[in-house]
Design a binder for this molecule. Structure first.
Ligand code: SAH
Length: 255
């Protein structure tokens, strides 16, 4: 059996209870060494065999899993954040399907929610934005034309760009096709790690701020009016608003 496990964004106590238990029980761990915090491997048992996939091809990771399966061993495939977001798990699952090897997924705390947490940020403020667009600049992996940053920028919703640190000017140009220059933005480097950094800027100053930061990877770019000061009240806690759990206070108008 293979378990794809979300390691969380970095801090070793931000893995799920289930994920930690799977690491403790694993006979074999293949972890994405470029981004997974190695401190998580301290949860593994003394006889656990550990491989760093940063140095391996898909064929090699599959071979390790095949060998473990033939010995009746359990493998944890440890991915950063949540495996469903840019985790390249689909191709691995396809290989396992071909080999008739069973697997499941244990979710993790994605970096985009960890980044919001370290900034005490809500992505969905009433009257400002009620959507979060998760996307990336094209890199070695192309992005479908209909999903360009520019096309999403037209919505002026909250946006989080993965895998785009370093492409500051390109991001700025595409963002400016929809967002105003003074729209707040932030660069969040290694959220929840000890060397975490948060750089606030605007869409207009993104390229300058990004270049000055020297950051080239493991960062998210956050964009949207929600990052500004305004904090309109949601209806959820409004005294005049009835929910399934709470009756509206008499005398207040219903909104
Ligand atoms: N599955 C992961 C994303 C993997 S893609 C997740 O759910 O978070 C790798 C990209 O994720 C990095 O280039 C960076 O954009 C982002 N990332 C991962 N961990 C991060 C962190 N702790 N802080 C900021 N960005 C992070």
């Amino acid at each position: 059996m293979v378990h794809f496990v979300g390691a969380g964004p970095g801090a070793p106590d931000l893995i799920t209870v289930r994920g930690k238990k799977l690491i403790e029980e694993a006979d074999v761990i293949i972890y994405a060494g470029s981004l997974v915090n190695p401190q998580l491997l301290a949860y593994a048992g003394p006889s656990c065999e550990i491989h760093n996939s940063a140095y391996m091809t898909l064929e090699e990771t599959t071979a390790v899993i095949r060998k473990a399966e033939s010995e009746g061993k359990m493998t944890v495939r440890l991915h950063t954040g949540d495996p469903s977001i840019y985790g390249a798990i689909a191709e691995q699952m396809h290989e396992l399907d071909l080999q008739g090897i069973r697997y499941d997924v244990c979710p993790g705390v994605s970096s985009f929610v960890a980044a919001a947490a370290v900034m005490n940020q809500e992505y969905t403020k009433p009257g400002i934005s009620q959507s979060v667009i998760i996307t990336r600049a094209a890199g070695r992996t192309p992005v479908p034309e209909a999903e360009s940053i520019g096309s999403f920028a037209a919505h002026q919703a909250t946006m989080v760009l993965f895998l785009s640190a370093g492409k500051w000017m390109e991001c700025r140009e595409q963002l400016l096709t929809g967002y105003a220059e003074d729209t707040p933005a932030a660069i969040v480097y290694k959220a929840t790690w000890e060397d975490e950094r948060i750089i606030r800027c605007t869409v207009g100053s993104l390229a300058e701020a990004g270049e000055a930061s020297g950051i080239t990877g493991t960062a998210l770019i956050m964009v949207g009016a929600v990052l500004g000061e305004e904090a309109p009240k949601s209806k959820l806690y409004d005294a005049g608003f009835e929910t399934g759990f709470r009756k509206a206070h008499a005398g207040k108008d219903q909104r």
